[in-house]
Design a protein around this ligand. Structure first.
Ligand code: GLU
Length: 449
């Protein structure tokens, strides 16, 4: 078939391994994309000749910096900050900031690499980047979070700009953090540059539907997958891991579309509520009180809390892993398959391990990778940038309709590309190839830079 192209892709992967030792999540993300690209090289000899894949695998710029700050007791802490400006072929670098103790260069590079193709799939003019810090916000006061954000931005600001690099939130970074980051950027630069960050508060340049967008978008994407199989959410049991921004709004949209989200989780365990997760209570516990998920079960008679354990033991028709990378392994995938799960739609970035994806394939489970299914968040960030640039403000209904349309387009493009490249129904290949083609065309047009 494409023996030569397959050998080229293997050579590229070996080189990525050699040059980026120890960055296992980055290797995993690259492997998954490269596995889809031999068919592209077979049709586009120019991308082999111009080493387009090799160039896309190498970030344009990687920034690592010290972030010193003082806690409420006066103790000094040193964290490490990152921003990987991966690819700007389609627009300014765009992607979130993650504050979590697990953050290291390999994690940021995996996320940035995924972001390139995700952003391309949205059809919006945004490049790919990602950043963050190994700072752990858990248990920190508002004042501590503010001092950390100010110190972080005191270094990062020089690399940002509405036409250069536009961060947003990710795990551990929400509207509160974006507010502190924006305030410090404004103070240092003396510019009210709304489009330099997305995920802003509604009163100061934020956009309606941005908070809901990733979760809503994943549910819309799942609805499209159901639709091509002449099914709908009606009467479906759904399990959604996590209880952060993605999970909360995925639950809301699943309920609006007729499904029942029966379980969600945090790092301490999971809750099952056969009546369907009560969204207002979940928001109260996780967003307002910032408490453990167990508190949900304490307040609802129909709910049970399971400490630790795997949420994927809960039988469901549709699974939406929406917590973090590699949260769903081969064993969990086997359990889902045995329990009759027919759809897995990734709300988080790379939550399924390669083993799990293999199990889904074997079992005939319809699977949507995060770079397609969770693209609604960053797509709505691009809508926020659009509103900022035109000093306009759209209604909730208009913004949600745009999001729904974008998710439908992404699904259709992945679906059609999979068919076109000889792998009907394979949304992993469809997403990788469709995303890559859009980036590669622009990279190629810009010459050897
Ligand atoms: N962190 C989100 C993602 O993984 C959103 C990024 C953004 O809005 O820039 O896509």
């Amino acid at each position: 078939m494409q023996a030569q192209e397959t050998a080229t892709v293997e050579r590229i992967y070996d080189e990525v391994l050699r040059r980026n030792p120890g960055e296992t999540e980055f290797h995993q993300a690259v492997r998954e994309v490269l596995d889809s690209l031999a068919v592209v090289l077979a049709r586009h000899g120019e991308y082999a000749e111009m080493k387009t894949i090799e160039r896309i695998c190498e970030p344009e710029r990687q920034i690592i910096f010290r972030v010193p700050w003082q806690d409420d007791r006066g103790e000094v802490h040193i964290n490490r900050g990152f921003r990987v400006e991966f690819n700007s072929a389609l627009g300014p670098y765009k992607g979130g900031l993650r504050f979590h103790p697990s953050v290291n260069l390999g994690i940021v590079k995996f996320l940035g690499f995924e972001q390139i193709f995700k952003n391309a799939l949205t059809g919006m003019p945004i490049g790919g980047g990602k950043g963050g810090s190994d700072f752990d916000p858990k248990g920190r006061s508002d004042a501590e979070i503010m001092r950390f954000c100010q110190s972080f931005m005191t270094e990062l600001y020089r690399h940002l700009g509405e036409y250069t690099d536009v961060p947003a939130g990710d795990i551990g970074v929400g509207t509160r953090e974006i507010g502190f980051l924006f305030g410090q950027y404004k103070r240092i630069t003396n510019r009210y540059e709304s489009g330099v960050l997305t995920g802003k508060g509604l009163g100061w340049g934020g956009a309606l539907v941005r908070p809901e967008a990733t979760g809503y978008g994943a549910a819309f994407f799942a609805a499209e997958m159901l639709n091509v199989r002449d099914q709908s959410f009606d009467g479906k049991r759904v399990v959604i891991s996590g209880s952060g921004n993605v999970a909360v709004y995925a639950i809301e949209k699943v309920h609006q579309l007729g499904g029942t989200a029966v379980a969600c989780s945090d790092s301490s365990g999971y809750v099952v509520d056969e009546n369907g997760i009560d969204l207002e209570l979940l928001k109260q516990v996780k967003e307002v009180e910032r408490a453990r998920i167990e508190v949900y079960a304490d307040r609802v008679g129909s709910a049970t809390f399971v400490a630790g354990g795997s949420i994927w033991d809960v039988p469901c028709d549709i699974a939406l892993p929406s917590a973090t990378q590699n949260e769903l392994d081969g064993d969990a995938a086997g359990t889902l398959a045995r329990n009759g799960c027919a759809y897995v739609v990734e709300g988080a970035n790379m939550p399924s391990t390669p083993d799990a994806v293999g199990v889904f394939r074997e079992a005939g489970i319809a699977f949507a990778p995060g770079k397609a299914a969770n693209a609604g968040g960053v797509a709505t960030s691009a809508l926020e940038m659009q509103q900022n640039a035109s000093r306009d403000r759209w209604t909730f209904e208009h913004s949600e309709a745009r999001l729904a349309e974008i998710m439908r387009d992404i699904h259709n493009r992945c679906h059609e590309t999979a068919g076109d490249y000889g792998a009907p129904g394979d949304l992993v290949l469809g997403a990788n190839v469709a995303g890559f083609l859009r980036v590669a065309e622009a990279v190629h047009a810009h010459g050897l830079i």
